[in-house]
Design a protein around this ligand. Structure first.
Ligand SMILES: Nc1ncnc2c1ncn2[C@@H]1O[C@H](COP(=O)(O)OP(=O)(O)OP(=O)(O)O)[C@@H](O)[C@H]1O
Ligand SMILES: [Mg+2]
Length: 222
């Protein structure tokens, strides 16, 4: 499902180049739950951004579902991201002027082949699955942080992605909510065979993963 080969990321900064990711080789099989752990600044988010098609690697190859994603043109990449990858990131936000259900429906409505009549019932079903059936017409400002995160998860699932990427999705939430969000993500992995790559600082959460990948100084620790 996911294959990283010799992936590097160098950021140009005023202080000179920063080697954030230094030759990562990584394989995650389809349907797996992999946890990425490592100290702050070790390069986890940089790697996730490249895997998710959001930041171009300085060098190396990333295959998702057998496709060399960084060889795609802009519009093919946008389509691939929207159809195949779901994102749940820490400070990712909902569109403030849209109700929960509209936020969830939006990525599917961008796909012209799908109609509102098909998308909205599915969006409502997903909101129910994440425990927000009663909040479907709430605006983000009317929801708690945990409710907003659950809405982000529902939104990430509307296009039935093959790969779900979660970068510290619970870092700013209390422990109970953290467990609930994690149960949601691992439930998606189990019930839909969606490949899940999760970045976490929480070793207990990482311990439940089928594959634990340690990152240190921009590389995978063998
Ligand atoms: N846009 C950027 N420009 C310059 N340097 C960056 C940029 N993003 C990250 N870095 C640097 O790259 C390194 C890796 O950062 P990254 O955010 O990938 O780490 P991380 O493992 O996700 O850390 P955390 O656990 O704190 O989220 C750090 O030294 C960071 O300062
Ligand atoms: Mg990070």
């Amino acid at each position: 499902m996911l294959s990283c080969r010799s992936v590097h990321k160098v950021y140009a900064t005023d202080r000179g180049p920063v080697d954030a990711v230094r030759g990562v080789d990584l394989e995650v099989a389809a349907g797996r739950y992999a946890a990425l752990i490592g100290r702050s600044g070790s390069g986890k988010s940089s790697l996730m951004a490249m895997v998710g098609g959001l930041a171009r690697p300085t060098s190396g190859t990333i295959l998702v579902d057998g496709i060399d994603i960084w060889s795609l043109g802009d519009s093919a990449m946008a389509r691939f991201r929207s159809r195949r990858i779901g994102y749940v990131f820490q400070f990712q936000s909902l569109l403030p002027t849209l109700r929960a259900i509209d936020n969830v429906a939006l990525p599917a409505l961008l796909d012209r082949s799908r109609s509102r009549g098909d998308v909205y019932p599915r969006a409502l079903e997903l909101l129910r699955e994440v425990g927000l059936g009663d909040h479907h017409d709430a605006f983000p400002s009317e929801m708690s942080a945990g409710e907003q995160r659950r809405t982000v998860i529902a939104r990430a699932l509307i296009n039935e992605p093959a790969l779900l990427l979660a970068d510290e999705p619970t870092a700013d939430l209390d422990e109970q909510t953290e467990r609930e969000i994690l149960a949601l993500l691992t439930g998606v992995n189990r019930d839909r065979s969606t490949t899940l790559v999760l970045v976490t600082h929480n070793l207990a959460l990482a311990g439940a993963a089928e594959q634990v990948v340690h990152i240190a100084d921009g590389a995978v620790v063998p």
